[in-house]
Ligand binder design. Structure first.
Ligand SMILES: Cc1cc2nc3c(=O)[nH]c(=O)nc-3n(C[C@H](O)[C@H](O)[C@H](O)COP(=O)(O)OP(=O)(O)OC[C@H]3O[C@@H](n4cnc5c(N)ncnc54)[C@H](O)[C@@H]3O)c2cc1C
Length: 446
């Protein structure tokens, strides 16, 4: 790990699929810094299980589009949905070029699985660890780039801006044990979701929505921040810590949800929010802390080859999925809202971009269709890198240095991060009660 420089062309915050794909798509004469809060493996991208959607051919366009819109309660941004679906084949080709091994049929075509809300199978996968397969391949490739410096244990504490443009970041470097100002012509926020700001979540604890809180503080517009998806099925456990996801593709392959008397109580392949509500309602009726998920309708060989990580994690918790149902419960999972960004990742503050789960293009509407998020993150990150490249102009260095940023006020960085977490919690609650968040935070700044 090298020392941080004072200036880069581009700074990318986040080492998940969005940050990595943005770095990969910058020209090699552009110097970039890519930072992440802890280790690069602590990104939700590593955790993705089910897979990534792809438009199988023109014949599937209308159904894929309608499935995405229906899941999102038709609150989706149609242009973003169209852009994502039409760009999906290019993204899959890029991933294969990076060495990602998707499951294939004997004839060499992609094997496709299905999840809730999809009318037909169109999800590519690598066992039940598609995210790890993709993220590790991208990381390996970015690591080889001479123009990209990867710096882990480096936390974004703030952005540097003058009301008209963004000029970089204030960060805390664990290695240097110092708060530093780093300037850049362009800054890209790829900081993932906000699940870590809440108790019961599938997300890594470090993902607490710092970028969202920072944008609120600086008047960068955000949208739909109370649109938070709860996943219907995580492994029930009394232990503290992150909830272990049981991918929806298990239900896509035939697993059943059962009540306390081991009877089915819902159609398992409806969109996520519908199944989650059915599970919560059943728990209420039964007076239980969980419902059962029975994988036994799936052929044993399919379970073994497709879901090895789930089999072994359940075994660690004392469940043999081949002979008994497992207890499952809903948990906070995915952030559909976020920092307002256009189809090229531009936020409302010039020179500041947002991509991946932290951004909101409106592609998911009110509820994300399963396995659209890896695709969304990869695609809009690539578009942001292209947008930066095509319109590249150096920032005004004098204006950047004129922004007075006293690094002393960041010395207790842990306290600041706790404050950001509280801001996120409070803002979500306010948005939920109908308050216009952008207006509310504008008032606070005046
Ligand atoms: C258990 C689980 C299973 C999932 N399965 C699927 C699936 O099958 N298919 C699918 O499409 N999607 C799935 N998702 C969702 C998907 O994984 C994420 O939406 C996607 O990976 C987000 O990528 P990202 O790059 O935006 O963020 P992340 O991969 O979460 O990366 C965020 C990065 O930002 C960094 N960061 C955050 N704050 C700071 C800060 N202040 N300073 C510096 N760095 C910071 C973090 O360190 C991290 O490196 C799943 C999610 C989970 C949790």
């Amino acid at each position: 790990m090298s020392i941080l420089k004072e200036k880069y062309d581009v700074i990318i915050v986040g080492a998940g699929v969005a940050g990595l794909n943005c770095a990969l798509n910058l020209p090699q004469d552009v110097s970039a810094l890519l930072i992440c809060k802890k280790s690069p493996k602590q990104s939700d991208s590593y955790l993705a299980q089910g897979g990534i959607c792809m438009l199988r051919g023109d014949f599937d366009y209308d159904e894929y589009y309608n499935d995405t819109m229906r899941a999102g309660h038709y609150e989706n941004n149609p242009a973003a949905v169209e852009c994502m679906i039409k760009g999906s084949r290019e993204i899959i080709a890029d991933l294969e070029n990076c060495g990602v091994a998707f499951k294939k049929n004997a004839d060499g075509s992609f094997a496709c699985t299905r999840e809730g809300g999809h009318t037909s199978p169109r999800i590519l996968f690598h066992e039940d660890c598609t995210g790890k397969e993709i993220t590790a391949a991208l990381f390996k490739k970015v690591k080889k780039l001479k123009n990209v410096q990867i710096q882990s244990d480096t936390v974004m504490l703030d952005i540097i801006e003058n009301g008209s443009e963004c000029f970089g970041l204030v960060v805390y470097s664990q290695k240097e044990k110092a708060v530093k100002k780093i300037y850049a012509d362009y800054t890209v926020l790829a900081t993932g979701g906000i699940g870590g700001a809440f108790g019961n979540t599938t997300n890594f604890r470090v993902l607490t929505g710092d970028a969202l809180a920072i944008c609120l503080k600086h008047g960068v517009a955000v949208d739909n921040i109370n649109y938070i998806q709860t996943h219907p099925t995580t492994l029930y456990s009394r232990k503290r810590g992150r909830r272990f996801l049981i991918t929806e593709s298990i239900r896509g392959e035939g697993a059943h949800l059962l009540d306390k008397n081991f009877n089915r109580f819902t159609d398992e392949l409806q969109p996520r929010d519908v199944v989650k509500n059915a599970v919560l309602e059943q728990m209420r009726k039964d007076g239980t802390d969980f419902v059962w998920l029975d994988m036994r309708p799936i052929p044993k060989e399919e379970i073994e080859s497709h879901f090895p990580s789930i089999v072994s994690r359940c075994a660690e918790e004392g469940y043999d999925v081949f002979t008994q149902p497992i207890p499952v419960v809903p948990a906070i999972h995915y952030f559909m809202g976020g920092i307002r960004s256009d189809l090229n990742g531009r936020t409302t503050l010039p020179r500041l971009y947002a991509v991946g789960e932290t951004s909101c293009t409106g592609v998911h509407g009110k509820n994300r269709l399963a396995s659209n998020s890896l695709l969304e993150s990869l695609l809009f990150a690539k578009r942001a890198a292209r947008d930066i490249t095509v319109g590249y102009s150096a920032a005004d260095e004098k204006a950047a240095r004129a922004v007075i940023t006293d690094t002393k006020k960041y010395s207790d960085h842990e306290k600041l991060l706790r404050e950001y977490k509280r801001t996120v919690n409070k803002a979500v609650k306010l948005a939920d009660s109908g308050v216009d968040i952008n207006e509310k935070f504008k008032e606070k700044r005046i």
